[in-house]
Design a protein around this ligand. Structure first.
Ligand SMILES: Cc1ncc(COP(=O)(O)O)c(C=O)c1O
Length: 420
């Protein structure tokens, strides 16, 4: 058995491989440089072009680009009319932004437990959390896999809820053959560097509603308009009015130029992600100590991240030890995510442990391993070898345990050290 790097053995890789990373080429660089040499670094033509590209790709009427995915979610919540006292249902395991956006508007996030197979919101547990105060639902396409949108829309229709899909992970993913973004009232995408494509920081909300679109355009820029139909007075071409309270959530032309260039590569990036996932699935499917990700029939995921789940009763250590051992092998692992309501801030707000048992159980078992389009086949092989090395080492072998106990009992500590 190979000695683990954490115990002084040779790491499986010499160089640390991060769990996710942008893929930038010369064309991307030249696009940004071109903007740097132009008149507009912000509020210029690249913004609407980027919005057009995203809307066209997804197949929707409108796209509003903002400074990041979190701002996009805030914009969507505001536009949905979330305010003081409103309740919004949110998937329990997600990045905090999915529910912070509700708090920004004075609303209260209500967390819904997960489907134990997909790790997405459990559509069968939504209705029991709906009250007279529920105004919206924010399902999250965790790892890139779409939530079961037909079921969510059916519930939303019955209870008159706005659906804001958090598709930060899922640009390019599909639900029943339709692109994610075409179904919910509003759908948010993130363009952070580890996401399917990047603008550095950036977010987009897509919608087919003109009413939502107009409201979002105001919100992202201070609530200011130059539209004569919305203004109370006319003082000439430079005149504008603030007609609502908004923010400066504008994205720059530099970011959008990068985004336009990156959008051309989105399908090839997703193709490569799918290839890597297939290699991982083939390598891990027969290891009984881990479960590979489950993909529902209705989904065609773009695979933002690859999350394995540990079968802890088949291992002699917990998630923490496996995580640390993989890191020492120079494999960049991550955890997506602590159930949101377990964060200290949410605990201070009064949320209690035990609210979503499946989410809490899952948190103790999951590890995200590296996945990004620029990974070489050698990188992929090293991740597979590293995972196997660590899992094999910590296998809960009855015989191995027996030998171990025997060596301790016989005080053959030197031999145990050598074995370990
Ligand atoms: C599920 C989810 N929602 C929202 C966000 C927020 O996106 P951003 O980082 O662009 O603000 C993220 C980012 O990691 C995310 O993973």
């Amino acid at each position: 058995m190979d000695k683990l790097a954490i115990y002084g053995g040779e790491p499986i890789r010499n160089i640390y491989l991060s769990y996710g990373k942008q893929t930038i080429d010369q064309e991307d660089i030249e696009s940004v440089v071109k903007v740097l040499k132009s008149d507009y670094l912000t509020t210029g033509p690249n913004i609407s072009e980027f919005e057009r590209k995203v809307a066209q790709y997804v197949g929707v009427k409108y796209a509003v680009a903002v400074s990041n995915g979190t701002a996009a979610l805030h914009t969507a919540c505001y536009t949905a009319g979330i305010s003081e006292g409103d309740e919004v249902l949110v998937s329990a395991v997600t990045f905090v932004a999915s529910s912070n956006c509700v708090l920004y508007c004075g609303g209260k996030p209500i967390f819904v437990d997960l489907d134990p197979k997909t790790y997405n919101i459990d559509v069968n547990k939504i209705e029991e959390k709906i009250t007279s105060k529920t105004k919206a639902i924010i399902p999250v396409d965790f790892t890139g896999q779409s939530v079961d949108m037909d079921k969510i829309l059916e519930i939303a229709k019955r209870y008159n809820l706005v659906v804001i899909e958090d598709a930060a992970h899922a640009l390019g993913s599909e639900y029943k053959g339709k692109k994610v973004g075409t179904i919910a009232d509003m759908t948010e995408f993130s363009f952070h560097p580890v996401k399917p494509v990047t603008t550095g920081e950036g977010g987009v909300i897509v919608t087919n509603s003109k009413e939502y679109y107009d409201k979002m355009m105001l919100f992202r820029s201070h609530g200011i308009t130059r539209d004569s139909e919305l203004m109370t007075e006319q003082h000439g071409p430079c005149y504008y009015e603030q007609v609502d309270l908004g923010y400066n959530y504008r994205i720059t032309d530099l970011q959008c130029a990068l985004g336009i260039s990156q959008m051309r590569k989105l399908d090839s990036f997703i193709g490569r992600r799918r290839e890597i996932v297939k290699m991982y699935n083939d390598a891990f499917k027969d290891l009984e100590e881990i479960e590979i990700p489950f993909e529902a029939k209705f989904s065609n995921s773009g695979w933002h991240i690859y999350v394995i789940s540990l079968n802890l009763d088949k291992l002699s250590v917990g998630r923490k030890e496996i995580f640390e051992a993989l890191q020492k092998e120079n494999i960049g692992v991550n955890i997506h995510y602590l159930p949101v309501y377990l964060h200290p801030y949410y605990q201070k707000l009064g949320y209690k442990k035990g609210e979503c048992p499946i989410a809490e159980d899952l948190y103790n078992k999951i590890i995200t391993i590296p996945l990004f389009p620029a990974m070489s086949n050698d990188d992929i092989k090293s991740v597979i070898d590293g995972v196997k090395k660590v899992i094999n080492y910590y296998k809960n072998w009855v015989l191995y345990r027996y030998i171990n106990l025997y060596l301790i009992k016989e005080k053959k500590i030197w031999m145990k050290k050598w074995l370990l």
